[in-house]
Design a protein around this ligand. Structure first.
Ligand code: HEC
Length: 151
């Protein structure tokens, strides 16, 4: 194979420098940098410590005020995706704000049963959130017992 000529090499070098500059510039975007965890107001009365533990492993990062923010949540553009997940997740269902009016607690068991939650994209980087069949069944039952029946 021919080695790239000086012209092509120059184009590649320029592209690399531009890429690094863009990466650097997007780090300055303020969106997604706020990683404060609001206070825990009211937690569920878990039916067992095992259910609490499973929910903590599989749900709490996005559905509680006790998010463990990973290091890459500081690096754009991944930080934007993580931030969006947490903000949207808390809005839908927040285990730290039980009793809040629009808290979708009654849907929790259903989303686990349908394997919608936890999202697959999250499981890739969070092996502790991957539930085997027994754990999934235990979490569904535990959520039903803790939060009431599904609609
Ligand atoms: C990576 C973050 C993340 C994790 C972890 C996660 N969720 Fe979610 N969840 C979301 C986001 C974002 C939404 C809103 C968008 C959507 O519905 O996909 C959501 C929506 C929901 C909803 C509302 C769905 C509806 O139909 O209205 C429920 C209920 C829910 N999640 C339960 C859970 C449970 C239970 C777990 C743990 C087994 C869990 N989630 C884990 C991010 C997450």
């Amino acid at each position: 194979m021919r080695r790239p000529g000086p012209r092509l090499r120059k184009v590649l070098a320029t592209a690399a420098v531009a890429g690094i500059a863009v990466f650097g510039a997007i780090q300055l975007v303020p969106y997604g940098r706020d990683h404060t965890n609001p206070p825990v107001l009211a937690e569920p009365e878990w039916d067992s410590p095992a259910t609490a533990n499973l929910a903590d492993r599989a749900c709490f990062d996005c559905h509680s005020n006790e998010t463990r923010w990973p290091w890459y949540s500081n690096v754009a553009p991944v930080s934007w995706l993580v931030y969006r997940d947490v903000i949207q997740g808390r809005e839908e269902l927040n285990f730290s704000e039980m009793g809040r009016e629009d808290n979708k607690v009654d849907k929790a068991a259903e989303t686990v049963e349908d394997e919608e939650m936890p999202p697959f994209r999250y499981e890739i980087n969070h092996p502790e959130a991957r539930l085997d069949d027994a754990e999934r069944a235990a979490l569904i039952r535990g959520l039903e017992q803790t939060l009431g029946t599904r609609d």
